[in-house]
Design a protein around this ligand. Sequence first.
Ligand code: SF4
Length: 375
Amino acid sequence: MSSLYIHIPFCLSKCPYCSFVSYPGMSGLHRRYAAALLREAQGLQQNGGVAPLSTLFLGGGTPTILDGEVLADIVTGCTELFGLADGAEISIEANPKTIDLDKLSLLRRSGVNRLSIGVQSFNDRELQLLGRPHGAGDAVQGLRLAQAAGFTNISLDLMYGLPGQTPGSWRDSLEQAISLAPTHLSLYELTIEPGTPYFQQQTQGLLELPDEEALTEMDHLTATLCREAGLIQYEISNYARPGFECRHNINYWQNGPYLALGAGAVACMDGCRRRSTSDPLRYCELIESSQSAIVEEERLEPEASLRETVVMGLRMVDGVSREDLRKRYGWDVRDYYGKALTRLVDQGLLELTTGRLRLTARGRKFANQVMAELV
Ligand code: SF4
């Protein structure tokens, strides 16, 4: 399995909660950046040869901020260079304000077969507070256009725990999302990241977020509505119709190897994690002058990698395979974690069978605490 992530670090505007590598403006750099991506891809292929891609994921930022032709060039350039495995999954993230039928049709023709639309909410007031550049109507329109362009695998991203959000408004958003019949939903709780305007507002007591009771009710609504709609939870925040789980992300949660291109992109290959410069202009300059854009390299020791694989794998509802871990690291989780694991099992937070280790339903509620003990 070979996975490639391509980072497009440009957005229409910067959302006040966002800590991703993403920059508003910079439209003058878009084409140059795309050319640098392809040049970096060629270097990758020359340096060791890459197996045909099983998954390719264009994420951001807002990849669809680029012109359709530019995006199609990136996709076809990479697929011609690396080749595609049978049934390869090619995903792109989209903002509803940056797609039209022509662009979506072009993407579809270039081989993109999975579209992930960043909706976040179907409530215009919540969208405004989130600083999103689109309204609820744009999201509905975006999904209709994607269907018209021939996309049959469409994911919607929504967020809960938003300022001013109530269980009732979360229910409305979720019901609206489900009524559009997506094959996949990513439902993330808002987290307040240091360095963001939301973080500042929260420190000043200016951000009114739903309390624990409201969040629990939202979780309950999520579980009920998704189950009733036939969207099966397969990861802490992800739900899909059977067969539509995101294979690219499953590889991350299995702590599998992945290649990456672009500014701020992180790759993990041969037990080494590498991050490229976050500055898109610097990235272009380095690649154009045949230099490496990597600014950070971390070699993962086997034990650290084992712990990471366990913690990431526990995000999946199926958890981790004990046999896979034994083969990969030579350790059984029960022996490795000893008493700490037994205690978490006794507390009803983890389930250990002969084949697998996974979080219980109760454990998923306290996932962060459980993972903090195992990392
Ligand atoms: S659209 Fe996404 S990546 Fe861009 S600023 Fe908003 S949250 Fe960040």
